[in-house]
Ligand binder design. Structure first.
Ligand code: PLP
Length: 435
């Protein structure tokens, strides 16, 4: 059976070049980068050159790159490593649980840390309003942590503006860029952040490795102790093959993004623009099914217009269009989002049932965040955006791989309407027997 993987925000496969770059470091150059003999020095050279690549990826100095085990560790490091008793943290209600649960732990009554946390709510589009961050500031605000791209909607947050607010307030600024890295250019100087987190497996690199940008002089306490690795900022023998794989993935992502924006390259010809067109065609096709809509992404411009517009194909002049030329029914302004993601609700059915039905037809998608797989709670992101529980539970995330093809989209557009029709016919939600 044909299989189409549309869950790239959960994880991605290695690009072949990444696999090839890592290969020698498992068996031939297996040395410990802390050893002074030749084998160790070969490993050290690989870590050093990977660090230089990451420094280019972040636009920072080599010494500001700290390798770690991935997004969860990077996010936890920002929260646990920077906050002290009596501090105030500003974050958002749509962050990944690696931020939210770390913040909750520090805010627990009786916690040794005694940190106060403000969770800024998103707009219905899932965009965070910088003015809301500004309003949440207190004299004790030590850290602001906001993600670059939301994992469920793909919406890109105004991190540059938030960086300016943090700077004016004298607060540290952390960006969880796990879902943005590789999809949009990263520039820590432009973003104005002190810390930024990425994870290799979301950008066609290996699982279990990532990196933090840590601006020189930022007083982050190491989570792990026991060795002087990473300039005493992260103890533990370096995962040399993983680090080499992360660097290769970062290098390939930089090339792809340069093709997108570099001189002499029309934006429409780039790989990510192609992906956006595929995503838009997929979205438009699914929205032809009655009782569906996009979660977030579009801001209603007409007072009273619903924030979750239905698409139409009649081509009214002057209305916003997707890259496939479809026009939206209501006056809506789209908010920026990464090229590969769309999140769609389906009235009168249970999202989890649709995930399973599609899997049986060879299509892998996710209902809510894959990092919560196994949990049946509706997505906290969709709830924070204002969806009710039933609609949040009926939502699916489609996140395309960079290698997605027109044939993949054709196949998904064939099986989704069939599966929806079949499930709706037997759905307890449709029958009103499920809350
Ligand atoms: N941050 C975001 C936005 C994520 O989407 C994820 C994983 O889905 C993480 C952090 C955690 O990253 P990792 O899987 O590398 O621990």
């Amino acid at each position: 059976m044909k299989r189409v993987y549309m869950d790239a925000n959960a994880t991605t496969p290695l690009l072949p070049e990444v696999m090839e770059a890592m290969r020698p470091y498992w068996i031939d150059h297996f040395g410990n980068a802390s050893s002074i003999h030749l084998d160790g020095q070969q490993a050290r050279a690989a870590v050093d050159s990977s660090r230089a690549t990451l420094a280019e990826f972040f636009n920072c100095h080599d010494a500001e790159v700290v390798f770690n085990s991935g997004g969860t560790e990077g996010d936890n490091t920002a929260i646990f490593g920077l906050l002290r008793p009596g501090d105030h943290l500003i974050t958002t209600a749509i962050e990944h649980s690696a931020i939210l649960e770390a913040a909750e732990r520090l805010a627990q009554p009786g916690s040794r840390r005694g940190v106060e946390v403000t969770y800024v709510a998103p707009q219905p589009s899932s965009l965070i309003d910088p003015a809301a961050i500004q309003r949440a500031l207190r004299p004790e605000t030590r850290l602001i942590s906001v993600m670059l791209a939301n994992n469920e909607t793909g919406v890109l947050q105004p991190v540059e503006e938030i960086g300016k607010i943090a700077r004016a307030a004298g607060a540290f600024f952390h960006i969880d860029a796990v879902q943005g890295a590789g999809k949009v250019p990263i520039d820590v100087r432009r973003f104005g952040c002190h810390l930024l987190t990425i994870s290799a497996h979301k950008m066609y690199g290996p699982k279990g490795v990532g990196a933090n940008f840590v601006r020189r002089g930022t007083p982050v306490e190491s989570l792990l102790v026991g060795g002087g690795h990473e300039r005493r900022r992260r103890a533990g023998t370096e995962n040399v093959p993983g680090i080499v794989g992360l660097a290769k993935a970062a290098e390939l992502a930089m090339h792809a993004l340069e093709d997108e924006t570099g001189e002499g390259c029309a934006l429409e010809d780039g790989e990510l623009a192609r992906l956006a067109r595929l995503r838009d065609r997929l979205e438009a096709g699914i929205l032809q099914i009655p009782g569906t809509g996009v979660n977030g992404t579009y801001i209603p411009q007409t007072p009273g217009a619903p924030s979750l517009p239905r698409i139409c194909f009649c081509g009214k002049g002057g209305k916003p269009q997707t890259s496939t030329g479809h026009v939206y029914e209501n006056d809506c302004k789209s908010v920026p989002r990464v090229a590969n993601t769309t999140n769609i609700w389906f009235d009168n059915l249970e999202g989890e049932a649709l995930v399973i039905a599609l899997d049986l037809k060879g299509v892998a998608v996710s209902g809510g965040s894959a990092c919560h797989s196994g949990a049946t709670d509706p997505s906290h992101v969709l709830l924070a955006m204002g969806l009710d529980k039933t609609r949040a539970r009926s939502s699916l995330r489609f996140s395309l791989l960079r290698t997605a093809t027109e044939a993949d989209v054709d196949y998904v557009l064939q099986v989704v309407p069939e599966a929806v029709e079949r499930l709706r016919a037997i759905s307890p939600v449709a029958a009103g027997t499920l809350g």
